[in-house]
Design a protein around this ligand. Structure first.
Ligand code: WQD
Length: 336
């Protein structure tokens, strides 16, 4: 089975490419390399000892994208390509709607034209907004609070409409909680340009000495220690969720939505404690005011993915910290 992976050079995309190749799938990767680099894909080839085609394409350019469909026999698509910074989306909403929505429209139109009707879509728990319904089930109220989240929800709605109009499609929508960590080799991981928005890359940059201290955004939330609680998920477990989704699509049609999380919530202070224990590195921090748009508690009920996909997270928070730290050290060693 030949799978087109859009955004395959990215953090989750590159880890999923490793899992796909190791599961025996053939892949074709497209990426515009604006927030990733080709080195990730070279390392995917090195890790799996497999070859695959790479196209340097922006989904906005439909003619360029069509060449991929003309030159390859594609059975399914995993669609990762997306701008993904919540903060940036607030300041540049048009850039996010253009890139995320128009890019997806081009992709889906060409899939329809070339009769490629198996799609796994990379969505996000951000579509639940600041829900109070925890653990979060797939039928929780959808309420986005930023342009990035709105692009994800709009694409989900587009996919639901497409399936309603033509139920020969097989569509799986995966809502990620908080992916962290890296492949155990330390060869691939999350690249963050500039100041990291997310917790774990910020922690590892403090640990490596690149940042002075971690700012904890608020300690007055209604949680066990006042800091925000999230469902952190190892990126390799997340990658495996995509393989399990494709496996299910081989003999079933339909539109299915799954929360991919561990079902466990950890606070910011707990993450710091686990990270220090896992790595032996002290993480200095300072409590500051809350970050706008943050919710107090967000973690998944992953039971539907377990039942339908036979998927569950295997790696624990200690593994996630160890693997994230190894990646940060390798990333810096390669820059020396
Ligand atoms: C986690 C916790 C912060 C940084 C975001 C996106 C979401 C998804 C995953 C794409 C929160 C706290 C963080 C820091 C801190 N991305 N924190 N200091 O906000 O849950 O989700 O990434 O789909 O769309 O919104 O993740 O890692 O930014 O924050 O105290 O320097 O860590 O307040 O409680 P978040 P995060």
């Amino acid at each position: 089975m030949s799978v087109l992976v859009t955004g395959g050079a990215g953090y989750i995309g590159s880890h999923t490419c490793v899992e796909l190749l190791e599961a025996g799938y053939d892949i074709i990767v497209i990426d515009h390399f604006q927030q990733s680099n080709i080195q990730s894909l070279n390392h995917v080839k090195q890790l799996t000892n497999k070859e695959f085609k790479i196209y340097h394409i922006d989904l906005i350019n439909k003619d360029h994208l069509e060449t991929v469909f003309l030159e390859n026999s594609i059975d399914a698509v995993i669609h990762f390509a997306s701008l993904k910074s919540v903060g940036e989306s607030v300041h540049f909403p048009l850039k996010y709607y253009q890139n995320n929505i128009v890019g997806t429209l081009n992709l889906i139109a060409l899939m329809q034209q070339y009769h490629v009707k198996k799609l796994v879509f990379s969505s996000s728990a951000t579509v639940y907004g600041n829900t109070q319904e925890v653990p979060i089930k797939e039928n929780a109220v959808l309420q986005t609070i930023n342009p990035y989240g709105r692009t994800k929800l709009i694409i989900e709605e587009m996919l639901r409409d497409i399936y309603t109009s033509d139920n020969s499609w097989s569509i799986t929508i995966l809502r990620y909680f908080n992916p962290i960590g890296a492949h155990e080799s330390g060869l691939i991981g999350e690249h963050t340009d500039g100041i990291p928005n997310n917790l774990m890359p910020y922690i590892t940059q403090v640990a490596i000495g690149k940042r002075k201290e971690l700012r904890i955004f608020g300690s007055d939330y209604p949680t066990k220690d006042g800091t925000g609680i999230r469902d952190y998920l190892h990126v390799m477990d997340l990658a495996n969720g995509h393989v399990k989704s494709l496996n299910k699509m081989k003999d079933s049609k339909g539109l299915f939505t799954y929360n991919l999380g561990t079902g466990k919530g950890y606070s910011v202070l707990e993450i710091i404690q686990v990270f220090e224990k896992a790595t032996g590195v002290n993480i200095p921090y300072r409590i500051v005011e809350r970050r706008h748009g943050d919710s107090a508690v967000c973690y998944a009920d992953p039971s539907k993915a377990l039942k339908d996909l036979e998927w569950a997270a295997k790696r624990d928070i200690f593994d996630m910290c160890v693997d994230a730290w190894r990646w940060e050290k390798n990333l810096n060693a390669s820059k020396v």
